[in-house]
Design a protein around this ligand. Sequence first.
Ligand SMILES: [Zn+2]
Ligand SMILES: [Zn+2]
Length: 382
Amino acid sequence: MPKRDYYDVLGVRRTASADEIKSAYRRLARQYHPDVSKETKKVAEEKFKEISEAYEVLADEAKRRRYDQLGFSGVESDFGPGGFTWQNFTHVGDLEDLLGSSPIFRQFFGGMGSPFGVGSRRVEARGQDVELSVRLPLVAAVTGARPTIEVPRTTACADCRGTGAKDGTALETCPECGGNGQVRRVQNRGFAQLISIGECPRCRGTGRAILERCPTCGGAGQIRSTARIELNVPPGIDDGAVLRVPGQGMGGRAGIRSGDLYVQIVLEPAAHLRREGADAYSEATAPLATALLGGEITIPTLEAQASLKVPAGTQPETQFRLRGKGFPRLPGSGRGDLIVTLHVELPRSLGSRERELVRDALGASPAAPSGRREPIWRRRST
Ligand SMILES: [Zn+2]
Ligand SMILES: [Zn+2]
């Protein structure tokens, strides 16, 4: 496959800003994500690698400059002799919120060579992952949050230290595997003999068999428990993002690593705020006098209340744009705006003195006597 220009690969102009490059990459990454891609895995992998290489160069100011001046040869030395590999990719963090929930990407973040390669790695014995979701107020998108959550999990039985044997000592060498934790299975297939080696089912790979069961856990080595965990939700989190907490999933038996905890963040919509991308929309009401004469009113924002300066003569439904008071954009690129639509509250009734004053000041025609309706032409003529 001939190498394509990095700008073409990401579909951006040569003058594109860092933000534009980043969002183009994220859009394409979503498209070629192995869970959603309609392409075959192989094609999706190649495309994903191609956009990631382009992003690796264009997202880095120095690399981009060299590429602009010298083309591919300007960045050759950044990669190994065979060209770009996943080991060269330094921007995993830009995708974590998009892809963190995918099991395939978990392997990627766990240090696999490729996000797609499952390979023949020996499956490490570990506890199950736990997945749950937590609801947070919308403001957590700005401030971050540290909610304490309860996680149902299993932990090692304290009485037998996760061995399942009484006092943790009533163990003997496993008679099934002779203590090495593995068993050989031999199958005859015609002339061929198939030998496979797997975990010993009797001792579950530990090499030690239980003489007498632990009465606390019944020999399972683990007990059900609830862990209270303080979750660190960083500012800028998106609705639906998934956080990974390593080692807080199901755990327990001796010699087995705990699974991981995955927490999906659900941001509660706020009654007074509407979200459109990074911008927030809200409404506020000013008394008539404030709209006419100018003044300050208190408005709700994402974080807290703020005061809004209303200039004299403000018209009803005027929109005010508060820069940087919206939701965070992609990490590190600032915040959107808060757009406030201002309603003006008209008094429902006036006393006679107020009526007089308004009439004098604003030159309104005299009001019709109450209880009677007069045609407009007659009202004009008096
Ligand atoms: Zn065994
Ligand atoms: Zn026990």
